[in-house]
Design a protein around this ligand. Structure first.
Ligand code: ADP
Ligand code: MG
Ligand code: MG
Length: 201
């Protein structure tokens, strides 16, 4: 994608939003199993607002664009995931320069994950979105290509199935949280996959 142009950035934002919106039913089903069943609707509402703002956001340099995505998600997604995804994108914006390369993206993504951990008082292994964000970041940091980062994000979401949830709403279920994929891990894997596809296209 031609990320140096507003059109290219708008297309990237629209592509990611479309993937999340298309997955709403699947995310709802996952959240019905171990949560309150609103993750699909939450994410669809948030990313529809992001898609609507895409032409305006795309005119901005990366730090402001990402801050705009983050604040939109905080305002529109709600639930536990809204502030966490909001933090992820706002912190990415805070740590990314105006012309980021792969090294800058890796560094900023790592810092954004640290902010999500702090905000949610969570660590990997607790069956949350961190269980996808952290392995995807590790793959990126290890030099993996886009297809490999994407595959690792999906595999990491699959690996949340046998986990016991100890953060978020699913933790209220205790042992009954075992055997289901974490909804936020699935949405994180979809966002990362859509970004990987768009950035490598
Ligand atoms: P809610 O649980 O408030 O209804 P959502 O259904 O939109 O919010 O999002 C649930 C997802 O948020 C979970 O599947 C999990 O991945 C993520 N999540 C919840 N709590 C935390 C936390 N403390 N840290 C990281 N991620 C979390
Ligand atoms: Mg929910
Ligand atoms: Mg909820």
């Amino acid at each position: 994608a031609a990320l140096g142009t507003a059109e290219g950035r708008a297309a990237l934002i629209a592509a990611v939003a479309a993937v999340v919106i298309a997955a709403a039913d699947e995310l709802t089903a996952l959240d019905q199993a171990i949560g309150d069943g609103d993750h699909g609707a939450n994410m669809k509402r948030g990313f529809a607002a992001v898609a609507e703002a895409a032409p305006t956001l795309a005119e901005k340099p990366w730090p402001d664009l990402l801050k705009g995505v983050g604040t939109t998600l905080v305002m529109k997604v709600g639930g536990a995931s809204g502030p966490l995804y909001g933090t992820l994108f706002m912190e990415l914006g805070k740590h990314l320069g105006t012309a980021p390369d792969r090294a800058a993206l890796t560094e900023a993504f790592g810092r954004a994950i640290e902010a999500v951990k702090a905000r949610g008082k969570a660590e990997p292994g607790q069956k949350t979105m961190l269980d996808v964000l952290i392995p995807a970041h590790a793959a990126l940091a290890a030099g993996a290509d886009a297809a490999t980062v994407k595959a690792e994000a999906f595999a990491a979401a699959d690996r949340t199935v046998p986990m016991l949830a100890t953060r978020g709403r699913a933790s209220f279920l205790g042992e009954r949280s075992i055997g289901h994929m974490d909804p936020g891990s699935r949405s994180s894997s979809l966002i990362i996959a859509a970004l990987a596809d768009a950035l490598s296209a």
